[in-house]
Design a protein around this ligand. Structure first.
Ligand SMILES: [Ca+2]
Length: 419
């Protein structure tokens, strides 16, 4: 049975009442009517002059924002008078093992759907590859990840969503220029207000571009004169390609390959800041996972070690293109998923290396550990509770200093001991 339809159990009911009593005083401090009035003054006094200065007409502005109210249901709001919401790292969410990202059932479903679309848009993809030099697999994999090829619901009216965040979200300074950019998109006439939908966080259409990225990178892929990333797959795919090419995609290189790494190559040598010539990695004993040498054509190019679970998972040698994918979403696992799915559209082979057991601690535990590392002078890339390459490198160097076995991944004992 769907849990949402299960009868309310007494204990849950009691908990709900306790929760209501707990939030009531804070909520009472938020005067919604006054906040709505302040929102209207802010739109008229601050946003209109800013929008007008970048070419938004009064007609466009009034059509977009006349009569708009705040969306109080959005996450991460910090209305005037309310205590700020807890930071995500304060939430006791369990740390998610990197292997969980690569669910085989999910990947196989994405491969099947993606292959159909690659066949359907064969001619479009030919033209996009010719123009931008980004392979179709990468484009379709990003499309898959961002919106399940446009099948995911993208239900929020973009202007109202962005205006609410720009007025009263925890990251309002981040959202304010995005609201202005969204008004510029409307002014351009590429999309109507009714069709301009976003995620709850204001990301637009099937490729989930923030409005400022839309202004920079969206292109008309089907030649009808509009850049419609909401309804036109050729526009979606060409816009993703334009983004990647402008962010530095090298058409002569792949994204990376799975590799075997000998013990003599420490896991803390990974990451974008520790690139080496491919010939150097080969000389150090790194091989393709099937035992073949690293690609000879690449031997004079810089390459990077990537070990998303330290020694407790598969290892990769990646090119600069891997870090271009990260410009889309700054996560090693995101970029690896995109590269891996792109490969699987051809051969549908899983990684050879296995993901070991990682976890048994919360993101808050990791964040506390990161703060301790920062206090000791290590750069862990911020105490966000996520284990990115900087945290893995810091953990590996710390393990090496102590003479511990190198894993470059935190474990439950470590996060508890470094508090
Ligand atoms: Ca178009």
């Amino acid at each position: 049975m769907c849990p949402l339809q299960s009868p309310v159990r007494p204990i849950r009911f009691l908990l709900a009442i306790v929760a209501m009593l707990m939030v009531a005083p804070a909520d009472a401090a938020v005067n919604r009517a006054a906040t709505e009035r302040a929102f209207q003054s802010w739109l008229a006094g601050e946003i209109w002059p800013e929008a007008r200065a970048v070419g938004v007409s009064r007609k466009t502005f009034d059509a977009a924002l006349g009569g708009v109210t705040l969306d109080w249901d959005l996450p991460e709001l910090a209305p005037p008078g309310a205590p700020p919401p807890p930071h995500t790292t304060e939430v006791q969410a369990e740390f998610r093992s990197p292997g969980a990202y690569f669910d085989q059932k999910n990947l196989n479903a994405q491969v099947a759907a993606g292959r159909q679309l690659i066949a359907k848009y064969d001619g479009v993809l030919d033209a996009i590859e010719d123009s931008y030099g980004v392979p179709r697999g990468i484009l379709v994999a990003i499309w898959a990840r961002e919106s399940s090829f446009g099948r995911a619901a993208i239900p929020h009216p973009a202007i109202r969503t962005l205006a609410t965040h720009a007025f009263m979200s925890r990251r309002k300074d981040f959202f304010r220029p995005e609201l202005i950019a969204a008004l510029q998109i409307l002014q351009s006439g590429d999309i109507t207000l009714a069709k301009m939908k976003s995620s709850w966080a204001g990301a637009l259409g099937q490729p989930q571009f923030l409005p400022s990225y839309y202004l920079k990178y969206a292109v008309d892929g089907d030649g009808d004169g509009d850049r419609d990333i909401w309804g036109s797959p050729p526009d979606v795919l060409a816009s993703i390609a334009n983004f990647l090419r402008n962010e530095g995609w090298d058409p002569e290189r792949g994204w990376g390959i799975e590799a075997t790494v000998p013990d003599a190559v420490a896991c803390h040598l990974e990451g974008p800041e520790q690139g080496r010539g491919m010939a150097d990695w080969h000389a150090a004993g790194v091989r393709q996972v099937d035992g073949r040498p690293l690609p000879r054509v690449e031997q004079n190019r810089t390459a990077h070690l990537l070990m998303p679970a330290g020694t407790l998972g598969p290892a990769f040698i990646v090119s600069g293109n891997f870090y271009v994918i990260k410009e889309y979403n700054y996560s090693d696992l995101y970029a690896l998923y995109v590269g891996h799915l792109a490969d699987r559209f051809s051969d549908n082979q899983p990684f050879t290396g296995k993901w070991g057991k990682v976890g048994g601690f919360s993101r808050a535990d990791v964040a506390k550990m990161q703060k301790q590392f920062e206090a000791a002078g290590h750069d862990v890339g911020g105490s966000d509770g996520l284990v990115g390459f900087k945290t893995r490198v810091a953990v590996g160097r710390w393990q090496e200093q102590r003479g511990d076995r190198l894993t470059c991944m935190p474990d439950a004992a470590m996060v508890k001991s470094i508090h």
